[in-house]
Structures are given as C-alpha cells and as structure tokens.
Design a protein around this ligand. Structure first.
Ligand SMILES: [Zn+2]
Length: 477
C-alpha cells in the first residue's frame, strides 16, 4: 500500500512555525476530506488543535496552489485532482502532548498537527524530518532510517511522538528481553545511575505482575526544559514526560515526582493502551468519544503507579503513606465527589475534566478513581485472605481483553473484580457506593487502611481545609 508521505520542517527562523507538506496516494477522483484529529489519546477532551493551523493549501495539477476551505472545524475539503497539501502550524507550546520547534529541539506529536484521510485509516505514513541536521539525535518509537520515519497506519502515527535535538542523553536497560530506552532533553538531568536503576526496578515489578509486556521495545522521552511544566502522556510504545525548569529534577522532591509519573505512564502500556475502554478502540480522532471508564484508565493507573514504587522498593511504606496523604487531601477537599460520581465524571471529562470546573460539581478521575481503586484492592485482599488483589484482576484483564484486542466495558471490568473474589456481585456494594454513587468514603477508607496496619486521621484548619494523616500502627501477631 502506498503511504501518505509527510515532510516537515521549520517554516521560518524568526517564528516557531512548522511547515508540513503531504502527498496523499491514489486519491479518489471525487476528491477527499483531510482531517486533523479533534483530540488526542491521554487527554479526554476536545483539543481544538486547528487553532494552531494558519492555512491549508492544495497543489493543483498545473502546479499552482489554492487555499482549501473547511467543511468542519477540524476538516478541510480537498477538491478533485489535488494530491499534495501544505499547511502551517504554530509550534510554540511545550508540554508532553504538544508540538514545539526551537533552535535546538524539534518535538512533534503527530496527533495535533498531521492531516489524514478518515476514510482510509489503513494508509501507512512516511515522515521526513527535512531540516533536522545529520548529527542531531532522534528519539521515537517509530521505525526509522536516518531522518525518515515509518508508521503502519493512522493509529500508530498518531500515537508516536518524535523528539529530535542537537543533544539528547540516552541510556538503555533490558527487562525480560525487552529493550527500554531513556532519552532526555535538557540543561540539567537527574542523577543518571539512580535514574536508570529506578526505571529498571519499577519496570521489573510491573512486568512481573502482568506476566508479559505488550510491546517489544519501549521509549521514555523526557523533556526537561527551562519553562514551568509538569506533564506526562502515555503512548503504545513510548511516553513523553515533561518537567521544568530542569533544575527541579536535581531536587529530591522533583526527582521523585518524575519517577512517580514514569511508573504511572509505564502502567498505561497495559492499562488503557491494551486494556482499553471500548469507546476508544480504535481511536476515533474525528469527534469526542466519552467513556464512563476514566476511573479505570486514570484512577487504577494512579493508584498502581504509586503502589509499584513501593513494591519495587523505590519508596517504603512511609513514603507510600505520604503519597496517599496527598491524594486523600485532594479527595476530602473536593466536595464535588459527593455530587457527581466518578463514573459520570469520567464521561464528563470531555466538558471540563482538566480544570476545576464550577464549585462542588464533580469528581476527579485521577483522585477519586485512585481512592476507588484502593478500596477495591483492599476489598479483594480481605475477601481472599490476601491471595488476590486488584492487580490480579488487571493481569486477568490483560490476558483476556488486552491481548485479544477486545474493548473494555464497565461490566467486563467489574466481572473481573468479582471473579477474583469468586462471587458474582462480590464488589457490588463498592461499585454502587463509590463508582456509580457518591457515597462518602471516610468510614470504609479508614477500615481499609486499618486492615493494612495504617491509621487514618484528619483535621480541618481554620479555612476548613482537610489535612489527612496516615500512620503505621503495630499489627497484632
Ligand atoms: Zn495517566
């Protein structure tokens, strides 16, 4: 199959604008529609990336260029006879999900700047980094020959960020025959040996728990710029993690934050990239795709990401308690959790899931989702005498759903949890109260922590802000 060939380069030296030029193969006689994704996986709201597009032009058979008109907010009509498109994209923003061009960096997330033909999602892509110098380094999960990158179809290209820079730090490690690459851009870097060692530890612990890893090779792409940023985005065979200003990663708190994000993003390689809500399988980039399962995608991942720091020995129980306190402070200071359930709030991320929103309206899929995951985990351990856990259910889902390419539904998820406790509806009370309902978690959570030998207390300051405290207590033999 002939590929869509995309060439990209900086348009001018003066401003951060990218020019993209695409040749579409075997175009239909009647013309086609060129689509820019309306959102990007990992952020479940409309991205409105077209706001960065200055213009889209098409080249006619006589070589002249015409401006294309839109048929939709994120779509342009390509008239008969036009095969080559050229468009200009403003590329100044730098976070894990953006596209940014600087003098020493080209960072591209195809999902926010590549046009594709939604009627032919099977077309492969060839991407030429036209003005990247030979001696620059390129980090990406895509197949690569020099400055030419290849993706097998639209799903792969949109899920494969590209980082090219004059200078990139690079180390690798291996777990069970899988190569893991660490790439970093930035003036200051974390302590190198500790950084590699910690990645190796949480990677080993996660793969041990799941039994296998979904992709042959994996890339951590780190951006440590001089601007203020804290962000991570998961992809099928890579992740981008941005933390800045770069001096933060030289502090203990900043370093641990980066490692926490990294463990979270790696867990996504199973949970969401493979154990994926059916609404997102395959990704439909043309429109909003709400799902009630955000509490699995982000809640379980947030909880498990931290838990694997503990299981791999990167933090101890006290360290885990501090992370849990931060989470529970957010939880108890969000009265919205008592108004809109975490399942309904999952659906609504597409409206305002990434900002506080109106007062006391909604749950947060990361925070309330992680609290729910912890309650489920302890419920499963309690009912099985510690033989099963939430991870047992996730491993089971990886084998039965993820490996088979079957979409996750709410019923499949809860059935997997029930199966762990060997009882249909075994988790029904938890599901009713804290997933579909808006019950207060205090009593259940205190008991759950107590069963793990941890005492939960809380106090309110003069402003009414809750502060939680977790303390280890002696467990009777
Ligand atoms: Zn996440």
């Amino acid at each position: 199959m002939n590929p869509i060939r995309i060439l990209l380069q900086r348009a001018t030296k003066e401003r951060p604008i990218l020019m993209l030029l695409a040749d579409f193969p075997d175009v239909p006689a009647e013309g086609f529609e060129a689509q820019l994704p309306a959102w990007r996986p990992g952020r479940y709201e409309l991205g409105n990336f077209a706001q960065n597009v200055y213009s889209v032009d098409g080249q006619q058979s006589d070589g002249t260029w015409v401006r294309l008109l839109k048929s939709d907010l994120h779509r342009w009509t390509v008239p008969t006879g036009i095969k080559r498109l050229r468009w200009m994209v403003y590329a100044e923003e730098l976070n894990a999900g953006s596209t940014c061009v600087e003098d020493d960096l080209l960072f591209v997330n195809p999902v926010n700047c590549f046009l594709y033909d939604p009627k032919r999602p099977e077309l492969p892509f060839e991407i030429l980094l036209n003005d990247v110098q030979e001696d620059w380094q390129v980090a990406t999960a895509l197949q690569r020959k020099g400055m030419l990158l290849v993706a097998k179809d639209v799903q792969e290209v949109m899920d494969s960020p590209i980082m090219a820079a004059k200078s990139l730090w690079h180390r690798t490690y291996e777990v069970r025959g899988h190569a893991f690459h660490l790439w970093a851009y930035g003036q200051q870097l974390p302590d190198e040996d500790r950084f590699v060692n910690d990645h190796q530890r949480f990677t080993e612990a996660q793969i041990e728990a799941f039994g296998s890893f979904p992709v042959p090779e994996y890339h951590f792409l780190y951006l440590f710029p001089e601007r203020d940023v804290r962000h991570g985005v998961e992809h099928e065979a890579s992740t981008v993690i941005a933390m800045g200003p770069s001096e933060k990663v030289r502090t203990e708190a900043g370093y641990m934050e980066v490692i926490g994000i990294a463990s979270h993003e790696l867990y996504h390689t199973w949970n969401v990239k493979k154990i994926r809500p059916s609404e997102w399988l395959p990704y439909d980039f043309t429109q909003a795709c709400p799902s009630r399962l955000g509490y699995v995608a982000e809640g379980v991942t947030t909880y498990m990401g931290d838990l694997f720091l503990l299981e791999s020995g990167i933090i101890d129980v006290d360290g885990w308690c501090r992370l849990m306190e931060r989470l529970l402070d957010k939880h108890y200071n969000n009265p919205g959790r008592l108004n809109l359930s975490v399942a309904e709030s999952s659906f609504d991320t597409w409206l305002d899931g990434y900002k506080p929103g109106v007062p006391e309206r909604k749950s947060n899929i990361y925070v309330e989702g992680a609290v729910l995951a912890f309650i489920c985990d302890v419920a499963i351990m309690d009912k099985t005498g510690g033989n099963m856990s939430l991870q047992s259910a996730m491993t089971n889902l990886w084998e039965r759903i993820g490996m088979q390419g079957i979409g996750l539904t709410e019923n499949i998820y809860w059935a997997a949890l029930d199966q762990c406790v060997g009882e249909v509806g075994g988790l029904a009370t938890v599901r009713g109260a804290f997933c579909n309902g808006t019950g207060d978690t205090w009593i259940v959570l205190r008991a759950a922590l107590k069963s793990q030998g941890i005492e939960l207390s809380r106090s309110q300051d003069e402003q009414g802000v809750w502060r939680t405290r977790l303390e280890r207590v002696a467990v009777e033999a």
